[in-house]
Design a protein around this ligand. Sequence first.
Ligand code: FAD
Length: 341
Amino acid sequence: MKTLTTDVVIIGAGPVGLFQVFELGLQGLTAIVIDSLAEVGGQCSELYPDKPIYDIPALPNAKASDVIDNLWQQAATFDPTFLLGERVDHIEKISESCFNVITHKNTTVVCRAVIIAAGNGAFSPVKLKVPLIDKFEDKQLFYRISNLEHFKDKDVVVLGGGDAALDWSLTLQKTAKSVLLIHRTTNFKASTASVNQMYALCDQLKMQFLCGQVSDFQQNDDKLIGLTITSKDGINRRVALDELVVCFGMSPKLGPIDNWHLDMHQHQIKVDTQSFQTSVAGIYAVGDINYYPGKRKLILSGFHEAALAAFSIAETVLEKERIPTLYTTTSTVVHKRMGVI
Ligand code: FAD
């Protein structure tokens, strides 16, 4: 168990959570950002990294991944701490200006305010739906690879037809004893270069590809030793394995947010548009997760909301009636906070 302290915890490292760090920094407030994903960027990184976005102010045509790189750089001005791969499960209100934010890995962050920038919910892997196979999770069945060494000299099966499945197959093929990629069709949602490389490696007998879906598994004692693969024509084949990597993509789940006793509108958190505070004082919500009349789920709306939430938190924390608007071009106070003078 780990305990950290900061002024504000931001739940979600999507584009709005990242910009929130910068807006808090301008007010002299520190932030810790927590995201269930292993990388920053939320929907932009997870769902459409290579697509151009045309409606970010002053960026007429920018790839989603470039927008995230720029936001990350802007946030880095204020040296935030990122807790990635951790899902926030609980928020405990200790007093009007003290909260404990607790993750599924038992990290507790003590803070003065909480900003929920959770988009459509925490991204988590789409699971392989075969009864009882989940007992092998994190032992022989993996939804993300954090240690390549684990697969060295093993017979590995990779499931999926997107970029992640192709990229991991090509990477694992260099160190594993064998790699078998299995996808339900020959239509891949991955870059043509990766698909061509995969077929070329199959031609050279350096890896294999099989069309079908997992319908069952075999075990020996408590070890997963094989899968039954059913092809479109109903034929079953058995394949042996040591390790299974499932790359079916990520989907967002509102999950724990539903239990935080906040006033909701359908699956979004109601906020007051002056401060972006929720129904619980000290807890704010910005970006796709919030709701107010006229709400639009757009990145630029989230940027505006992040600025006003930061002003409101600064006013509460510093107990000031109204924080003056300081320009980043001319304010020496802001320049000192940014470290540019
Ligand atoms: P998100 O990007 O959803 O990020 C939220 C983050 O919070 C996620 O990483 C999630 O894992 C994390 N999280 C949630 N709950 C928890 C928890 N309990 N613990 C830890 N982490 C948690 N918008 C535009 O303005 N212009 C466009 O052109 C555009 N194109 C789009 C194209 C597509 C295909 C899609 C799907 C969306 C598009 N959008 C576009 C919408 C835009 O992506 C969203 O408005 C934006 O991502 C919202 O940002 P956010 O930071 O609020 O949330």
